[in-house]
Design a binder for this molecule. Structure first.
Ligand code: NAD
Ligand code: DAU
Length: 356
């Protein structure tokens, strides 16, 4: 079996569903702390699937991780678990250090103890795949080339600093202990099961609810968007064929200013769920766009150069931004039960804190 951490979150959840969609796939042990971002409703379709073992737990729990690795004879660990939202890291960085840095450290130590006792063959085949982000590279000017794997680490937010620290730990555990690790650094994901604190699901759900669509600052910050299922296929490919100790950038060559992204979403909603009362400008979703205070230390531009992954491992994304965003908006329209579950409770407190 493989061990997935954070598999009740957005990307981890999509990964688990995609992996188990293959009837021949190995089973998954899924360890997740179920923070505000973890959601078992995402995994509902696996309720009666014996290939999925869910464990409510913390990656920082060394004993638990070691016992699961032994009990299920794990042959690969995929580490998705993290605190992932930049704005939350600005309000309270402590949880980010706890999970992203100390949690990864404890997980690496449990994996090292387990791996050291494996047979030579099992040792050789074992993998620790660490899922990281392009934010560790810092911010680009408009004319800089996209981030390659050799770009210096220049993290700017508590979130990206904590992810950078975890990447360094993973690298060191390979260099010092020969642990068979690979790291992926991906750009901004979007798609089904995305928690609506992040720009794309927030805009879709606020638009449908008739609420303001908050744009930080001038809205000209650039992100490089990748459909989440393309990120999952990249991770599968890296797990299969990636070189030990290497890092791979994952991205879709889809750089877009935030304001453009929001206009595209509004346009798709105007088509798929037009507001009653005709097509006047004030009746279009874009009329809900509202400029709000900027994020402190806001990174201006991210862009990923995915040449290494494409040329060495033959990976290509299946979706363009246009096809991916259409699918995403449609998914939110079709999955009201999931979104209603998420929008209740503690999410409301977050919205109050962040947007006043
Ligand atoms: P998410 O916040 O949606 O999910 C994180 C999951 O981890 C949740 O289910 C949460 O309950 C779980 N978790 C948190 N702390 C834990 C702990 N101590 N032990 C066990 N589980 C814990 O995050 P996401 O967007 O799915 O991101 C997944 C990974 O991918 C993260 O490592 C993130 O840094 C990375 N990443 C995200 C993006 C993106 O655009 N979302 C892009 C590149 C990389
Ligand atoms: O680049 C990869 C990263 O992408 C991941 O590592 C992070 O886990 C993930 O959260 C994401 O970080 P961002 O900060 O880029 O994503 P977010 O969706 O929060 O914001 C995207 C852009 O939109 C960013 O420039 C801030 C802006 N924004 C965001 C929100 C929530 C707004 O303008 N208004 C908003 O209300």
């Amino acid at each position: 079996m493989i061990l997935v951490t954070g598999g009740a979150g957005f990307i981890g959840g999509n990964f688990v569903l995609d992996w188990l969609a293959n009837p021949a796939a190995e089973g998954i042990v899924n360890i997740d702390k179920l923070t505000y971002a973890g959601n078992l409703a995402t995994l509902k379709s696996l309720e009666n699937d014996g290939r999925h073992v869910f464990v409510h737990g913390d990656i920082g729990d060394y004993d638990l991780a070691l016992s699961l690795l032994k009990k299920y004879s794990i042959r690969a660990v995929l580490n998705f678990a993290a605190e992932s939202h930049v704005d939350r890291s600005i309000h309270g960085p402590g949880d980010f250090i706890q999970t992203n840095v100390l949690g990864t450290f404890n997980l690496l130590e449990a994996v090292r103890a387990y791996w050291s006792d494996l047979s030579d063959l099992a040792k050789k085949e074992f993998r620790f795949l660490h899922v990281s982000t392009d934010e560790v590279y810092g911010s680009l000017s408009p004319t800089d080339p996209a981030f390659s794997e050799t770009h210096p680490y220049e993290p700017n937010s508590p979130y990206s600093a904590s992810k950078a620290a975890s990447d360094h730990l993973v690298r060191a555990w390979h260099h010092t202990y020969d642990l068979p690790v690979i790291t992926t650094n991906c750009s901004n994901n979007y798609g089904p099961y995305h928690f609506p604190e992040k720009l794309i699901p927030l805009v879709i759900l606020n638009a449908l609810a008739g609420k303001p669509l908050p744009i930080y600052g001038d809205g000209q910050q650039i992100r490089d968007w990748l459909y989440v299922k393309d990120h999952c296929s990249a991770i599968r490919r890296v797990l299969e064929a990636g070189q030990l100790g290497e890092t791979y950038n994952v991205g879709g060559w889809n750089e877009k200013p935030n304001l453009d992204v929001v206009h595209v979403i509004c346009g798709v909603l105007d088509q798929l769920r037009p507001k009653a009362g005709g097509i006047d400008a004030e009746n279009k979703y874009a009329s809900q766009i509202t400029y709000v205070k900027d994020r402190p230390g806001h990174d201006r531009r991210y862009a990923i150069d995915a040449t290494k992954l494409e040329c060495e491992l033959g990976w290509k994304p299946a979706e363009t931004f246009e096809t991916g965003i259409q699918k995403t908006v449609q998914w939110y329209l079709d999955n009201q039960e999931w979104t209603e579950g998420v929008l209740s409770g503690s999410y409301r407190d977050w919205v109050k804190k962040q947007y006043n």
